[in-house]
Design a protein around this ligand. Structure first.
Ligand code: GDP
Ligand code: MG
Length: 372
């Protein structure tokens, strides 16, 4: 049988996940989440709701490269991918730096930390892995967001205890509600004297956050990015929530998938891109397609500059060997061989060109009709 997760369907159709979930609920599906697995007939039904004609392709005749159906037997838990949001100066960077450093110290051979757009932390107590994305304002994120990509599993909303809810906090809350991504509140700067934490909790509640303090589901953790107060609690809160979410993927046995987080040209090395792996495990020799370019993986590096042999689910890795500079935010998918990768890229370029030409023609027609 053929299967697909709701989030993969969202990615393929470029439709926001919450819209799909809403439409599924309207159709009578229950308890739908991003990792909900659909069988073929239901996937076709839902695709139809969005005016997509679902064609289940025979692997040998696929012209482009597609996300492989879910293999339920191969699903394993995967670490959460976390983004931090909040008002300017409320302490996002300070918190990320604290988490990054406290984790690097644990690594014996940790080299010099590089900013590659994401990093992995190991929780002090439960020794679980958490991946933090550290460039949320980045163009790559806007692009992924626009496509409805669900890169982030959990959002940490940072609110400074001495400033409470501010315009960008409200923006973040709106975004979180819209995408339906689960959230944890970090009330920051709790080391400061005279801060009124109860007021912050009240302000959050009045902005529709169902804080646990009032019997709701949203965890609130009182932290200080500066002194490290309760930062371990924040990490454990992330683990608790991620276990509830039952995040899963296939670490092997499927074509690799992921996202380009950022990319650059490095002297003597060429094009380098940070790939956040979502499914499968990327290793040397793999062929990856991203947007209008592809890569035969020549090497992998972690955020500490160490060479690594492979990168599994939820792990960010710098990947070398791209033919062109990949664009941040692009979806990454493995091709069986270079021939298929080249074919996919040329198809995509041709398709883009055709779309552009059609738009130009439409524009001309519009202008002409206005002139008449
Ligand atoms: P961002 O704009 O959200 O990234 O905020 P920053 O991390 O740059 O922090 C803004 C300012 O608040 C800086 O001067 C930080 O040193 C300070 N700050 C951040 N977190 C804390 C905290 O927990 N306690 C105190 N006292 N100051 C903090
Ligand atoms: Mg900052």
């Amino acid at each position: 049988p053929e299967f697909i997760t709701v989030s993969n369907l969202a990615t393929i159709m470029h439709v926001p996940l919450n819209k799909i979930i809403k439409s599924m609920e309207d159709l009578g599906f229950e308890n739908v989440r991003h990792n909900y697995i659909l069988e073929k007939d239901n996937a076709i039904l839902i695709a139809d709701e969005f005016n997509f004609e679902a064609i289940v392709l025979n692997a040998n005749t696929v012209e482009d490269i597609f996300s492989e159906p879910v293999k339920p037997g191969k699903l394993k838990p995967r670490p959460p991918v976390v983004t931090i949001m909040g008002h300017v100066d409320h302490g996002k960077t300070t918190i990320l730096d604290y988490l990054r450093k406290s984790s690097v110290v644990e690594q014996e051979f940790g080299g010099i930390t590089q900013h590659i757009g994401a990093f992995t932390a190991i929780t002090p107590e439960s020794k679980k892995q958490i991946t933090f994305l550290d460039t949320p304002g980045h163009a790559a994120f806007l692009k992924m967001r626009e496509r409805g990509a669900i890169v982030t599993d959990i959002v940490i909303l940072v609110v400074a205890a001495d400033d409470s809810v501010m315009p960008q906090t409200i923006e973040a809350i709106k975004h979180i509600k819209k995408t339906g991504v689960p959230l944890i509140v970090a009330i920051n700067k709790c080391d400061k004297h005279g801060v009124n934490i109860d007021k912050v909790v009240g302000d959050l509640a009045s902005h529709d956050i169902d804080v646990e303090d009032y019997g709701g589901e949203t965890q609130t953790v009182r932290v200080s990015g500066k002194t490290g107060l309760n930062m371990d609690k924040l990490e454990e809160a992330i683990i608790t929530l991620s276990e509830m979410l039952e995040l899963q993927t296939e670490p092997d046995g499927v074509a690799n998938e992921g996202w380009i987080i950022e990319s650059k040209v490095e002297k003597g090395v060429g094009y380098v891109a940070t790939v956040l792996v979502r499914r499968g495990t990327v290793k040397n020799g793999d062929i990856l397609v991203a947007g209008n370019t592809y890569c035969k993986v020549r090497g992998l590096r972690d955020e500490n500059g160490n060479s690594i042999k492979k990168a599994g689910p939820s792990s960010p890795a710098q990947v070398f060997g791209w033919k062109e500079l990949p664009v941040g935010g692009e979806f990454v998918i493995q091709a069986k061989d270079e021939r298929r990768a080249r074919k996919a890229v040329s198809h995509r370029i041709a398709r883009e060109k055709a779309i552009k030409q059609r738009e130009e023609v439409e524009q001309i027609n519009e202008q002409r009709s206005e002139e008449v």
